[in-house]
Design a binder for this molecule. Structure first.
Ligand SMILES: [Zn+2]
Length: 254
């Protein structure tokens, strides 16, 4: 290698420094010849490098995850469940976290669940259930599968009917329904809306049935109605040879 080539790989750069003018040598690929006398040198450290000014980033959107610290105060709702299986009511409290507050992306997500009752009989599994559900809430993502899982739990001793003729296959299922109504309330589950046409149709069907079988006084659905498998409500009646649900419109013929 020629002598000139070696010198060409050394460049000089004069940096302003506290100790007066120091000359800094750095090797680069650029070809520069040293023209000034070297009076000192300094190795460039991290601190000397000017911090790259970054454009202020758009604040990233908050989403529910396990690392979110619990704020001192959370808003929530408490649902009361009264079952014929227990003398004492169950109180289900679900507290929510507000994410991206004050922005267009503000959303309310469930953070924790507590269940209280005077009845301590179920305390053990109720406590386990609430801890697991809270953990799932905090993991983030779509927690709506919980509702479906819980609603599908059947008590081997048999379920019970609620006011209005809705069948509850178990206490776990009823807790599932409470969570469902909460998730609907905060907008995580979109409620199935019936069109006016569907409503009118069901009203007509109902009047038709009552004209034939007498009015069902004070009751949501006719006394003779049987359980609908779709909406778990005792609202299915036989009309024109078809079983028709006066609650959700489900119809089965033959
Ligand atoms: Zn139905």
């Amino acid at each position: 290698m020629a002598h000139e080539d070696m010198t060409q790989n050394i460049s000089t750069k004069v940096l302003p420094s506290e100790q007066g003018s120091a000359t800094m040598i750095e090797t680069t690929d650029m070809t520069h010849k040293i023209t000034k006398k070297i009076v000192g040198y300094k190795v460039l450290t991290k601190d000397d490098v000017e911090p790259v000014k970054q454009e202020p980033e758009q604040p990233s959107l908050e989403s529910m995850n396990e690392n979110l610290a619990r704020p001192e105060v959370l808003l929530g709702s408490t649902y009361k469940i009264k079952t014929p299986q227990s003398e004492h009511a169950l109180y289900i409290t679900i507290n929510d976290m507000i994410l991206n507050a004050g922005t267009a992306h503000e959303e309310r997500r469930p953070y924790e669940i507590f269940i209280n009752s005077k009845n301590m009989e179920h305390f053990q599994w109720v406590l386990a259930l609430t801890r697991l559900i809270s953990a799932v809430f905090r993991k983030g993502g779509d927690a709506c599968f919980l509702v479906e899982e819980m609603k599908a739990v059947f008590d081997p001793h048999g379920g019970y009917f609620k006011k209005g003729g809705v069948f509850m296959p178990s206490l776990v299922a009823e807790i599932g329904y409470a969570i469902e109504s909460h998730l609907k309330h905060i907008g995580m589950i979109k409620p199935e809306k019936m069109t006016d046409h569907q409503k009118n149709f069901l009203d007509e069907k109902r009047k038709e049935f009552e004209a034939q079988h007498g009015e069902s006084e004070g009751q949501a659905f006719p006394e003779k109605a049987v359980l609908c498998n779709k909406c778990s409500t005792k609202a299915m009646v036989l009309m024109d040879g078809c079983m028709t649900c006066l609650n959700c419109g489900e119809s089965k013929c033959g």
